[in-house]
Ligand binder design. Structure first.
Ligand SMILES: Nc1ncnc2c1ncn2[C@@H]1O[C@H](COP(=O)(O)OP(=O)(O)OP(=O)(O)O)[C@@H](O)[C@H]1O
Length: 236
């Protein structure tokens, strides 16, 4: 399976944020999306998710035989950097509600406690109101509801930035374990995180997407190259 973006453009009045982007993402890979503040990473995700109207562009999923279809809402899971959960529900009530309304799209439902176990949420926290969950726990709940339905495309907008080292490590493991059978696109400002977690590094700069050839992913030379590319592009 491939996720194909064709001729995506998005302007905010005179500001051209995304400029005729054409890009193909492949199944089984985690893509690290790097870009400077204001480069358009969130705008790109919002366009893919249908939260923002594009000025032009189409999104397709293509199977191994080359058959294409348009991306639909249920293809996408979108985890925001700031988790939004209904604070007036308990973790258990929220999960039950989510599973009830998405019954048809959950292929192999597990029990609610199995899901909590999977996300390492302690038994004593499961019946607490979500308003009393920590940021990391809310983040886990948001991640959970986005993976229960097995979306083909998982968009993650800086989801690990404010997590403690243990939760961040758990989330990394989870993302690695989930990457088969789907396309994961992960935006972050933390280059080491991108290098550690991602199979491909994609730069968003000057409204365009560009793959960085990652010959030697962890070398300082490679990091310098990324920084130089981002710097050059914004200075153009
Ligand atoms: N709703 C909007 N109306 C007008 N301009 C917007 C809107 N949303 C984003 N922008 C502008 O589009 C550009 C890209 O913003 P975006 O939030 O996508 O960047 P980003 O790469 O996610 O940034 P950061 O890394 O700082 O989160 C910015 O110049 C921003 O001001």
């Amino acid at each position: 399976m491939k996720f194909i973006i064709e001729h995506l453009s998005k302007n905010f009045e005179a500001k051209k944020v995304l400029k005729d982007i054409n890009f193909t993402f492949e199944e089984g890979k985690i893509y690290g999306l790097l870009g400077r503040n204001g480069a358009g990473k969130t705008t790109l995700f919002n366009c893919v998710n249908g939260d923002l109207k594009t000025d032009s562009g189409n999104f397709y999923l293509e199977d191994e035989l080359g058959h294409r279809r348009k991306v639909i809402a249920t293809d996408i899971g979108y985890v925001l950097s700031t988790p939004t959960v209904p604070e007036f529900l308990t973790g258990r009530e929220f999960l039950k509600f989510f599973m009830d309304i998405n019954e048809k799209s959950i292929k192999d439902p597990k029990s609610i406690d199995e899901y909590f176990d999977y996300m390492s949420i302690d038994p004593e926290d499961r019946d607490k109101l979500l308003k009393d969950y920590s940021h990391g726990m809310k983040n886990k709940m948001q991640m959970l509801i986005n993976i229960i339905t097995h979306p083909n495309i998982l968009l993650l907008d800086e989801p690990l930035t404010s997590l403690d080292v243990v939760v961040a490590e758990e989330m990394k493991q989870l993302l690695r374990s989930l990457k088969q059978d789907r396309i994961t696109i992960f935006s972050t400002h933390i280059m080491d995180l991108a290098l550690d977690l991602c199979d491909e590094i994609v730069l968003l700069s000057h409204g365009e997407l560009e793959v960085v050839d990652k010959a030697d992913l962890n070398s300082q030379e490679f990091k310098d190259k990324i920084i130089e590319t981002l710097r050059e592009k914004t200075n153009e």
